[in-house]
Ligand binder design. Structure first.
Ligand code: PEP
Length: 249
């Protein structure tokens, strides 16, 4: 049985004071018998703060990106080892904003995932199609290409060490959500793709949905058999919304 993971992607938002409030509200609002895993991904400068505030709690923290390089003269980059030093358990790779605004290719995303695995972190590998791609019937082809670029670099035994996040680009930050059945269809397809590598691993990999998930739609989405959690942007910045999504899981 796969555990549900509710992950917050804070993107480039926050500050010491706002983070302190948000994290203390989340900590205070979580149920004593938490049924799912909870993750927050603040911007890199605040990972040490997250470690300080969350160190003794059940809430994990993670990065929003990582370098393809292990170390060296790469100004502005953050390595997987640095994320591990900050106590991160996870890091997001291949978010559509990085693919679109920073020109990241699926091959680079795959190298990033490998760097994270080598450092003992769990990559949250984002895949998703644009509206144009969906409307021209390319959704499966696009997400398969993005996912398989990562799977191709992994030993079979490493596959269960990744998390996949299906995030239709047209649903991110737009208020438009894939219907539960639309999301389920793609999640099922992604699990089938993983099963081509290993049926056993395919059953273990958590596949999250992301794209305007909020308290009003979380329960229905999370009830689908292949949706194992959520990657949440906007609603992760409001403690009540984030906690309501955790409660819906
Ligand atoms: C995201 O950026 O990963 C995301 C899903 O954002 P939002 O929830 O705001 O659509």
């Amino acid at each position: 049985m796969r555990r549900t993971l509710i992950a917050g992607n804070w993107k480039m938002n926050g500050g010491f004071s706002a983070n302190r409030s948000l994290l203390s509200e989340i900590k205070a609002g979580l149920p004593a018998s938490l049924q799912c895993d909870v993750l927050v991904c603040p911007p890199a400068p605040y990972l040490a703060q997250a470690a300080d505030l969350l160190g003794t709690t059940v809430v994990a923290w993670g990065g929003q990106d990582v370098s393809v390089h292990a170390q060296g003269a790469f100004t502005g980059e953050v390595s997987a080892a640095m994320l591990a030093d900050c106590g991160c358990k996870y890091a997001i790779v291949g978010h559509s904003e990085r693919r679109a605004y920073h020109g990241e290719s699926s091959e680079q995303v795959a190298q990033k995932a490998v760097q994270l695995l080598k450092a003992g972190l769990i990559p949250v590998v984002c895949v998703g199609e644009t509206l144009e791609q969906r409307e021209s019937g390319q959704t499966n082809e696009v997400v398969a290409g993005q996912l398989n670029a990562v799977l191709d670099l992994l030993e079979v035994s490493a596959v269960a060490g990744i998390v996949v996040a299906y995030e239709p680009v047209w649903a991110i930050g737009t208020g438009k959500t894939a219907t539960p059945q639309m999301a389920q269809d793609v999640h099922h397809f992604l699990r089938q793709q993983i099963s081509l590598k290993s049926a056993d691993m395919a059953e273990k990999v958590q596949i999250l949905y992301g794209g305007s998930m909020k308290p009003e739609n979380a329960r229905e989405l999370l009830a689908m058999p292949d949706i194992d959690g959520g990657l949440i942007g906007g609603a992760a910045l409001k403690s009540q919304d984030f906690l309501a999504i955790v409660a819906a899981s």
